[in-house]
Write a protein that binds this ligand. Structure first.
Ligand code: UDP
Ligand code: MN
Length: 457
């Protein structure tokens, strides 16, 4: 943005150590990351670069890498994990070895742009409890084409605890008085690229060292920062490119799902209070995954007197996919057919289905919220024409075609805009719920019930 180019930053900004962890990274992308840090960071702010090798199995990442970085004009250290540990514990090792006032974490396939660092460090200098992320530009993994990332999206997450980008809401635009060069307060960070005051990183409990390989640590640190008194921002004048890879080039020992579910359970158990149920009932089977001992993380939350997750939802993420208030969470059952609404694992813009109730959560989990939306994860039931099929669209929070009125006596779900009732099917397709003129038939009666949570909870 033009207005970023003329911003003036204080000259005595803090120094930063740049910590880059890697496992089996390609030479070219790793070294491009290192060189772009050196070439595009003011020397007086760059304390050192620390490369943490998470037990890579490629020879060129051993002595050849050490010999190469010795010749660079900035101190670059290579430290190694004794065994494959994952990015969380590798970053912890890099952080422990760092000397700068600030730690900047980068993935091993990034390219820093001119002027990337000053805006990040300036925010931390202004308030050491501010944790900052650059805008992440997209480097194509097919062509290495470089594309600017958007300043109009921020970090969120869905019921499955996947990190997702969502549009920056109007309230955040208003808070910045429309000035897009001012930092965006973001509910979550993507995870790979951020700067944090080194002492503050210690104070708020670094990372959860019980998490393995990859995943969940970004939501964990995001919740922790907000709930424990910090601030998390995307600094829109700072841009760093990142190669988004379609497939993970490395193994997940023990299974990808198993590891990510374990990490997610740890963060849900420590930080999300009763709202963890959204995660648990939409992900059948996850409650069987052993998440180990979380007592020291729970103790940390106690010690720091962190706020509840409901506070976070209300104050930091009011447009969250997880509703702060809701009437029901679970199946929605048709009285006549005894079948349940089912998202059939379909995607945005597709029709919602109806199927035999299985009581296993997953695709049959809907929440009727206090805002009178019927949501399944980050999609809302929406109808745009009379007698039309019910589709699943991104929730827009504007009521309109996503506003439903449940009558707990008549058991009807009235689509307010059309003044029609949710019916088990359309005229010609028995698999597609629709809206029809309200007629009091049992095909228009629905039971909103909580799925019983697995006993292991
Ligand atoms: N990484 C690591 N050990 C692992 C998995 C990942 O050191 O077991 C590194 C990886 O090389 C990268 C960073 O952690 O520098 C983030 O991983 P990745 O880029 O695969 O995550 P993504 O950007 O796809 O979320
Ligand atoms: Mn990456």
């Amino acid at each position: 943005m033009e207005r970023c180019k003329t911003k003036v930053y204080p000259d005595n900004l803090p120094t930063t150590s740049v910590v880059i962890v890697f496992h089996n990274e390609a030479w070219s992308t790793l070294l491009r990351t290192v060189h772009s840090v050196i070439n595009r960071s003011p020397r007086q702010m760059l304390e050192e670069i620390i490369l943490v090798d998470d037990a890579s199995e490629r020879d060129f990442l051993k002595r050849p890498l050490e010999n190469y970085v010795k010749k660079l004009k900035v101190p670059v250290y290579v430290i190694r994990m004794e065994q494959r540990s994952g990015l969380i514990r590798a970053r912890l090792k890099g952080a422990a070895a760092s000397k700068g006032q600030v730690i900047t974490f980068l993935d091993a396939h990034c390219e820093c742009t001119v002027g990337w660092l000053e805006p990040l460090l300036a925010r931390i200098k202004a308030d050491r409890r501010t944790v900052v992320c650059p805008i992440i530009d997209v480097i194509s993994d097919d062509t290495f084409e470089y594309m600017a990332g958007s300043d109009m999206t921020y970090g969120g997450f869905n019921w499955k605890l996947n990190f997702r980008w969502y549009p920056v809401p109007q309230r955040e635009m208003d808070r910045r008085k429309g000035d897009r060069t001012l930092p965006v307060r973001t509910p979550t960070m993507a995870g790979g690229l951020f700067s944090i005051d080194r002492n503050y990183f210690q104070e708020i409990g670094t990372y959860d060292a019980g998490m393995d390989i990859w995943g969940g640590e970004n939501l964990e640190i995001s919740f922790r920062i907000w709930q424990c008194g910090g601030t998390l921002e995307i600094v829109t004048c700072s841009h760093v490119g990142h190669v988004f890879r379609k497939a993970t080039p490395y193994t997940f020992p023990g299974g990808t799902g198993q590891i990510i579910n374990k990490n997610n359970r740890r963060l849900a158990e420590v930080w999300m209070d009763e709202f963890k149920n959204f995660f648990y009932i939409i992900s059948p089977g996850v409650t069987k995954v052993d998440y180990g001992d979380i007592s020291s993380r729970a103790g940390l939350r106690q010690k720091l007197q962190c706020k509840p997750f409901s506070w976070y939802l209300e104050n930091v993420y009011p447009d969250s996919q997880i509703p702060r208030h809701y009437f029901s969470l679970g199946e929605i059952r048709n009285v006549e057919t005894n079948q349940c609404l089912d998202n059939m694992a379909r995607k945005e813009n597709e029709k919602v289905g109806i199927f035999n109730c299985h009581g296993m959560g997953g695709n049959q989990v809907f929440s009727y919220t206090a805002n009178k939306e019927i949501r399944t994860d980050d999609l809302c039931l929406d109808v745009s024409k009379l007698n039309g099929p019910v589709t699943m669209l991104k929730c827009h929070h504007l009521k309109g075609n996503q506003l439903w009125e449940y009558d707990p006596v008549k058991l009807t779900l009235l689509h307010v805009n059309s003044n029609q009732c949710l019916d088990k099917a359309t005229e010609d397709d028995s698999q597609v719920p629709s809206i029809r003129d309200c007629n009091g038939n049992r095909s228009q009666q629905w039971l909103l019930r909580n799925v019983t949570l697995p006993e292991t909870l």
